[in-house]
Design a protein. Structure first.
Ligand code: GLC
Length: 526
């Protein structure tokens, strides 16, 4: 049967990603198998049945390579191995195989913009000195007088240049421990093509491309000039040729670009297959804004035949249950609204409604670990335990992203909630005692039960395809899907009457008779 839905079956072998539900595993915080307080491959492998029962088609793992962890693993020291704290390459291969046995595909994160200052290439570059071939793999430059070559700033705060003892400076768009590669150098291009082959040979089904739009730079520009240069597309065309050689492998771009025309260029038929929808992720919980972003997304994707993606959270952004409970519900990297009061009950109601909206839209959907538990952003991590480099580099003004990276609560009434037998690398709030997986599995009204039910229905009748708006008035987002499912989201202030339907499949919260309350979504069968 096409699109068979029994667990253990790989669905939609052609363009499997087009309607997939993809679960993001932040390995450090998922499950710890050896008691050292950091999540690892043993922990993940033991919990694969959880993901299978949740009903996801694929997992995307954040970087799992050897790394000094200056930026949570996005400072990669060796692209062809596994961080020892996480496990071994043999275990990674087993994970890929065991996941496949459960019908789950594996996507790995490749970081092409920068490596780690501890990687062999960078150490060679330091050693070899100015003018050497080894330095040509990075951006080394003499200073401008006593200062750096130009005034570019790091995305994490502070200057984008660091000086080495012989006087030259090297560029790092992120932390100093993350030197940027020089993509004009053919050796860099070859290296990454080989890295892709390395992981495809090990059975991975896709690559998430980190910071995908900033690889090409114009250092002569006084202004920062690295975002979205035309030259970046040739790189992804080469990557696509490799992916196509293997077949059924997906390239997913992390492309933060407000300009939809420029964004669409990355999704041309010979480049990436899909990219994260950050416009949707950043949208405030307001009907007009959401409707516009949905229309804009489809207008961008449909003509070029690329599947849209729907993303509510990831390891870089504020947890939805917190964000949606604030007076300002939008997300902005530049202003993370730390400490802005949040009504968690309201935020949770909206996060539930938003989940059903995201999962009903045509395309693929991403679920970041803990989103399915409705976890809140942990804002009271003690300062001395904060690890995100944004915290130090902002001069301790921006606490950064640790608050959405706290280890998951699995079971029990107190930390470490079954995450580990040791001390978790970031402390978990005692208040998560009612939010554990164990607790939520026993409660049909829980966020986890909602996600499981929704992902199950999605498998049967949602995913890739088309939608059409149903006009139900201001404040209401309603649309039909090709499978006959109707999704109605009430973002207005008054309860609304449901449109004619045959049955109610799922709601994000209780109905009020046959009225749909504010901040509630219903899935109906027509
Ligand atoms: C991406 C990652 C983020 C990381 C940055 C630098 O934005 O998602 O976590 O810090 O790239 O690699």
């Amino acid at each position: 049967m096409p699109g068979s839905t029994s667990p253990g079956t790989i669905r939609n072998p052609d363009g499997w990603w087009r309607g997939a539900s993809i679960y993001q595993v932040y390995l450090r915080s998922f499950a710890d198998g050896n008691g050292d307080g950091t999540g690892d491959l043993a922990g993940l492998r033991a919990r694969l049945p959880y993901l299978s029962e949740l009903g996801v088609d694929a997992i995307w793992l954040n970087p799992w390579y050897p790394s000094p962890m200056a930026d949570g693993g996005y400072d990669v020291a060796d692209y062809r191995n596994i961080e020892p704290v996480f496990g071994t390459l043999a275990e990674a291969e087993k994970l890929i195989e065991e996941a496949h046995d459960l019908g789950i595909r594996t996507i790995v994160d490749v970081v092409p913009n920068h490596g780690s200052d501890q990687m062999v290439w960078f150490q060679e570059a330091l050693e070899a000195g100015p003018g050497s071939e080894a330095r040509e793999r990075f951006w080394f430059r003499p200073g401008n007088g006593d200062g750096p070559p130009n005034g570019w700033k790091s995305i994490f705060g502070g200057p984008a240049w660091t000086q080495v003892p012989d006087g030259e400076w090297y560029l790092h768009l992120f932390a100093p421990e993350q030197p940027d590669f020089n993509w004009n150098n053919p050796a860099v291009r070859e290296e990454f093509l080989d890295v892709l082959r390395f992981w495809f040979d090990r059975g991975v089904d896709g690559i998430r491309i980190d910071s995908a739009a900033v690889l090409v730079k114009d250092l002569d520009s006084v202004e920062e000039s690295y975002t979205d240069h035309d030259g970046v597309h040739e790189i992804y065309r080469e990557w696509r040729r490799i992916a196509d050689d293997y077949g059924q492998r997906v390239l997913i771009g992390e492309v933060w670009l407000p300009d939809q025309e420029r964004f669409a260029l990355y999704l041309r038929p010979d480049e990436m297959h899909t990219a994260f929808n950050f416009a949707f992720l950043a949208s405030p919980w307001e009907p007009d804004a959401l409707r516009d972003v949905i229309d804009m997304t489809l207008a961008t994707h449909v003509p070029i035949g690329a599947p849209a993606t729907w993303v509510l959270s990831n390891h870089d952004v504020t947890r939805p249950a917190t964000r949606f409970g604030r007076a300002d519900t939008s997300f902005d990297h530049g202003d993370r609204k730390h400490g802005m009061p949040s009504d968690f009950e309201l935020g949770t109601r909206r996060a539930r409604a938003a989940a059903l909206l995201a999962m009903a839209l045509p395309g693929s959907v991403y679920v970041y670990q803990g989103e399915e538990l409705g976890l809140w952003e942990v804002e009271d991590i003690p300062d001395d335990l904060r690890e995100d480099p944004i915290w130090a580099r902002s001069g301790h003004t921006d606490p950064g992203r640790d608050g959405c990276r706290v280890p998951l609560p699995w079971s029990g009434g107190e930390p470490p909630f079954g995450f580990s037998t040791g001390v978790p690398w970031l402390p978990q709030p005692a208040g998560w005692s009612t939010m554990t997986v164990e607790d939520q599995l026993a409660d049909p009204e829980s966020m986890l039960s909602l996600y499981r039910a929704a992902l199950g229905i999605r498998r049967e009748r949602l995913g890739d395809g088309v939608m059409a708006w149903l006009p139900l008035g201001d404040g209401v987002l309603a649309f039909t899907r090709d499978s006959g499912l109707i999704c109605v989201v009430n973002l207005g202030s008054q309860p609304v009457r449901l449109p004619p339907h045959e049955s109610i499949l799922l709601t994000s919260g209780p109905l009020d008779g046959d009225l749909l309350p504010t901040d509630t979504t219903a899935w109906l069968s027509s």
